[in-house]
Design a protein around this ligand. Structure first.
Ligand code: PLP
Length: 257
């Protein structure tokens, strides 16, 4: 198990990014955050697909898939988080660090902000231009901001997808180009179907009165929203617990854990 943070640039430990890399200067980067469970990186092929799609949209050079997969597989260690970044200047950055177990599923504080993704940078792209979201979360004193469209529908959070429960039915926004196709989101949907849990993909009006509300992502899996806009959030409950249990079974099956 890795105990430290490690970084490689173009396969070299440490490594340097040229000061004129447009990735650094303008935030023109595509990246993936992955998790190695017991023996393997969870849904690596999905991450590689999404990285390729993001790189194409951002016009960031895409190295051969086999090279990227090889670098990730070689450096992955049990219970590690891996972040792979492609810069517009053509650099490949790989960061590996131990999973912080206290972050997995930890209750979250969020605040809602109105947000419409730019048509030039669709929500499906996993890009590194995150200053606006980071500053919003900092100023509002929360872990993440929840993006709400002009019609008052919840889209996603700035590092997570959203899941709600209303009258026993699991809800999550449909992939309409305005939110990221989270790998965890996809796996949670697979797990819900396998477990026969009622599920509806579609609009999630912010005022629907959810019984349970969660953020999902690679590093947090399914985390209850304990506080929203400074007031108690719906938090977790029995349906989310069943969904998380089904997700853990799926992960164990797929990663041999
Ligand atoms: C904007 C956004 N939405 C959703 C997610 C969740 O994606 P995944 O489940 O692939 O980690 C992330 C992850 O970082 C994200 O940045």
């Amino acid at each position: 198990m890795t105990t430290d943070r490690h970084i490689w640039v173009d396969g070299q430990p440490g490594g340097l990014i040229p000061a004129d890399d447009p990735g650094l200067l303008y935030g023109l980067t595509a990246f993936e955050t992955m998790r190695c469970y017991d023996r393997s990186v969870f849904r690596l092929e999905d991450h590689l697909d999404r990285l390729a799609a993001s790189a194409e949209q951002l016009e960031v050079p895409l190295p051969p898939r086999a090279l990227v997969a090889e670098e990730i597989r070689t450096r992955a260690e049990p219970d590690s988080a891996l972040r792979y970044t492609l810069t517009a200047g053509g650099r490949r950055i790989l960061q590996v660090e131990p999973i912080d177990p206290s972050r997995v599923g930890a209750p979250m504080r969020v605040a809602r902000v109105e947000w419409e993704p730019s048509p030039w940078l669709p929500g499906l792209v996993k890009h590194g231009s995150r200053a606006a979201w980071i500053i919003a979360a900092r100023r509002l004193g929360v872990d993440e901001v929840i993006l709400v469209d002009r019609q008052g529908n919840l889209l996603e959070a700035n590092r997570s997808n959203l899941f709600g429960v209303r009258d026993g039915v699991i809800r999550t926004p449909a992939l309409d180009g305005r939110l990221l196709a989270g790998v965890t989101r996809g796996a949670l949907l697979d797990a819900a179907r396998q477990a026969g849990l009622p599920l509806r993909e579609g609009p999630m009006p912010q005022d629907e009165g959810y019984d349970e509300l969660y953020c999902s992502s690679t590093l947090k899996e399914l985390a209850p929203i304990a506080e929203m806009d400074g007031r108690p959030g719906p938090g977790g409950g029995p349906v989310g617990a069943a969904l998380l249990a089904a997700f853990r079974r799926l992960v164990a099956n797929e990663t041999g854990g």
